[in-house]
Design a protein around this ligand. Structure first.
Ligand SMILES: C[S@@+](CC[C@H](N)C(=O)[O-])C[C@H]1O[C@@H](n2cnc3c(N)ncnc32)[C@H](O)[C@@H]1O
Length: 347
């Protein structure tokens, strides 16, 4: 077999798939008038949203991506178009690229979904059964149940996406200090499996909706990790969590949900942990200013069109975690692609 074992850095692959957002972001912002407005004046996000008649939360995600692409900049909380965008993306400019970009972009489905969500602030309606659009899939778990076929699809999809960052997370020494860990919303279980493999003294429970826990069990069996890793079918919102774990690990879970829902999840974790227990959030973080970086901003737009969430910054997570009672909030890049591990302690 010529396939190589995975390493922790797969960021070039992430760059390839996230690059599909670049042109639609430009086109959607030409359409709503972002570049014209920001060439003529400086605006806060809320004022610009009002001027353009779009949703402020969605606009903030677009501005972060545009900033990372060098099209806008933020100074003292006010956005402006850069010289580049004023020259080439102003609709009245001699060199307006907008007409070209609009015609060359074949990703009309993504463009339409980005435009609709920017205008309404809401996830666009389903693209239709069997369209193959992966952004339809998360809606499955929002019902609190899913078919075995959907669970299998999501598990394999998430496994590919999470293998490298799971190795990065597993290398973090903090897991060696714990006796037991619950991987909440585990998907294929790749994180819990790799963290357990790297820490032979650690017991891990993979927790997800029961259909997904069944899938995760297959990954545990395939990895030969059954002595250390078990699975539990639990609805994290409606059912009790097993107590006694020293840590709760959430990867790519908070980014699926609103600020309000995340506060409930953080509180549920806080209540189930012992004093001294830790919560971990493994996520691609926005920078503190909401100005990028591009992978986080583009991933956030995927969350906007496909889930109820977004990519959060560390200050936003700190606020959510502290509101539940956690202290000592910190974050570190794990080396697993673009991911960071946020951690906090129950006093
Ligand atoms: C984006 S995936 C993340 C999977 C995995 N942690 C990873 O990073 O690869 C979100 C996971 O949350 C799970 N989930 C959603 N709602 C849930 C609920 N109510 N209870 C338990 N798990 C849930 C989904 O089934 C899915 O596996």
């Amino acid at each position: 077999m010529s396939a190589l074992p995975p390493t922790v850095d797969d960021s070039p692959i992430w760059d390839i798939w996230l690059s599909q957002f670049r042109l639609p972001i430009i086109n959607v912002n030409c359409e709503v008038g972002t570049f014209a407005a920001l060439s003529d004046g400086a605006y806060s996000t809320d004022d610009l949203a009002q001027e353009l008649g779009v949703d402020s939360r969605a606009l903030a995600m677009h501005l972060a991506a545009l900033c990372a692409m060098g099209m806008v900049e933020k100074r003292l909380g006010q956005w402006r178009a850069t010289h580049l965008a004023r020259t080439w993306l102003h609709p009245e400019g001699e060199g307006y690229w907008g007409h070209f970009c609009k015609q060359i972009d074949n990703n009309t489905l993504l463009q339409e979904r980005l435009l609709e969500s920017l205008r309404t602030g809401k996830r666009p309606g389903s693209a239709g059964e069997g369209s193959g659009d992966v952004t339809e899939r998360p809606a499955e778990w929002e019902r609190g149940t899913m078919s075995a076929e959907a669970a299998q699809g999501i598990a394999t999809f998430m496994h590919a996406h999470s293998q490298a960052p799971a190795l990065g997370a597993a290398a973090q020494p903090v897991f060696g200090t714990l006796g037991s860990l619950m991987d909440v919303g585990c998907g294929s279980g790749v994180y819990g499996i790799e963290i357990a493999r790297a820490n032979p003294g650690l017991k891990v429970v993979l927790m997800d909706l029961k259909e997904m826990a069944t899938e995760a069990q297959k990954f545990v069996d395939r990895a030969g990790m059954g002595a250390q890793v078990t699975t539990a079918g639990v609805n994290m919102f409606t059912e009790e969590w097993r107590r006694g774990h020293h840590g709760h690990f959430f990867s790519n879970v908070f980014h699926d949900w609103s600020d309000e829902t995340n506060r409930l999840l953080a509180k549920k974790s806080f209540d189930a942990l012992p004093s001294g227990g830790r919560i971990f959030l493994n996520e691609i973080l926005m920078d503190d200013e909401g100005t990028g970086p591009f992978p986080a901003a583009a991933f956030s737009l995927l969350m906007l069109v496909g889930t109820l969430g977004k990519q959060y910054s560390l200050p936003e997570f700190r606020d959510i975690l502290e509101s539940a009672g956690f202290t000592q909030v910190s974050a570190e890049r794990t080396g697993g692609g673009y991911y960071s591990l946020v951690s906090a302690v129950k006093p």
